[in-house]
Design a protein around this ligand. Structure first.
Ligand SMILES: Cc1cc2nc3c(=O)[nH]c(=O)nc-3n(C[C@H](O)[C@H](O)[C@H](O)COP(=O)(O)O)c2cc1C
Length: 369
């Protein structure tokens, strides 16, 4: 880290302290307004690109016909309505996932529904898919100018019965069409009643098939860290059988185990999913489980508490072609994005590898033998 980088990191930490005095959803709204301005200003984008983009050919990959210039993407939930599309690439991300979007707009859960757990470098949220709906987002996706890929994460409308949830996913997939570079079936948010039950293979199958019937974009399913190992393997087998592109692991956890934050305080916050550092160990475990089962039959995207470039490298060598983050971006800012990419590029060089694709899964048993 040079002097300018150290200064910027220190400045971000000071700004973070001030931001943390403001209620989380309010500051999220303010940040989003700022990012919307960046998204519509080519001059701002050019400045940010100089600061945060690690332009290193070894980091680029072509996956399922999509060119990913860098492996770290913005995870779903930050840019729910695809309003900041042109800002993510300049902030250093190699791609971004917007949503979760539902077929019809909905307000989400009552506030407060977003909480910081700084002692755990974590967030607890029960947003409940607040979004303006897939139609509005699709219009924005169609006029974006960013060269970085944008994935679209789809969910079920709160009041849709689980038995007909596949209609919701199909309608959204049809509406978004080819405006998305890839699609994600999100069946793993803890904040929509009954949603996670859709991960059971018998309910997941019709959802996947409904989406595949109307949209031929690369398709991922995003799963929860709280599934049993047996259920994770069952979803992996189904994903292979149905020929989807891959899995995104993982969403937030409903577990409150091992938190440093006072347990009475956490209990008083109520329901929701925890993200950030506390989910890292299980997220890695789930990745390893899927990677050993799937071999090279699925593209794996790892997300959950990836704070350092060492952790990023661990995920990649454990089988993740791509990685994502949300909570570490809140705590680390765009410097975190740049440092992760610099760290991976450094590891590739140190291992004498010309491309990140040579590193993907290099620690897997089946790949070594
Ligand atoms: C405030 C908040 C909102 C989120 N909303 C969504 C969402 O709408 N859809 C989704 O698939 N994941 C959502 N997530 C989960 C993240 O995409 C990610 O899977 C999870 O936070 C773990 O990654 P992290 O530790 O890097 O945050 C949300 C996370 C947070 C913190």
């Amino acid at each position: 880290m040079n002097a300018i980088d150290s200064f910027r990191s220190a400045a971000y930490n000071v700004a973070l302290k001030q931001m943390f005095r403001i209620p989380p959803e309010r500051i999220h709204g303010l940040m989003s307004r700022g990012l919307e301005c960046v998204s519509s200003s080519e001059a701002a984008q050019a400045v940010l690109r100089k600061l945060f983009v690690v332009d290193e050919p070894s980091l680029a990959q072509d996956i399922a016909g999509i060119h990913f210039p860098r492996p770290l993407g913005l995870a779903a939930g930050f840019d729910k309505d695809a309003k900041e599309l042109n800002a993510w690439g300049p902030l250093g991300f190699g791609y971004a996932e917007v949503g979760t979007l539902t077929s019809i707009n909905q307000p989400g859960n009552p506030t407060p529904r977003l909480f910081r757990l700084p002692a755990d470098r974590a967030i607890l949220n029960r947003m409940g898919f607040n979004n303006e709906g897939i139609t509005a987002a699709t219009q924005r996706l169609r006029i974006r100018t960013t060269p970085e890929p944008i994935g679209v994460n789809l969910g079920k409308w709160k009041r849709t019965d689980a038995a007909v949830a596949h209609n919701d996913y199909r309608n959204s997939a049809q509406t978004v069409g080819d405006a998305a570079d890839y699609l994600v079936i999100n069946v793993s948010s803890p904040n929509t009643p009954g949603l996670r039950d859709l991960q059971a293979v018998e309910t997941l199958r019709p959802i996947v098939e409904s989406v595949q019937a109307v949209n031929d974009r690369p398709l991922f399913v995003k799963i929860a860290p709280d599934l049993s190992d047996a259920d994770i393997l069952a979803v992996t087998d189904l994903a292979i059988e149905l020929g989807i592109t891959g899995l995104i692991a993982t969403n937030t956890t409903i577990s409150r185990d091992g938190l440093a934050t006072d347990s009475t305080y956490v209990a008083a916050l109520g329901a929701g999913g925890v993200s950030g550092a506390p989910v890292a160990a299980r997220s890695l475990e789930v990745l390893r489980l899927i990677a050993e089962r799937a071999g090279n039959k699925l593209v794996l995207v790892s997300v959950g508490g990836i704070e350092t470039s060492e952790q990023a490298w661990e995920r990649i060598t454990a089988g993740a072609s791509l990685i994502q983050g949300y909570t570490p971006f809140i705590y680390g800012g765009p410097d975190w994005v740049r440092d992760i990419h610099r760290g991976i590029a450094g590891q590739l060089k140190a291992h004498g590898l010309a491309s990140i694709s040579e590193a993907v899964g290099s620690k897997l048993e089946w790949k070594r033998n």
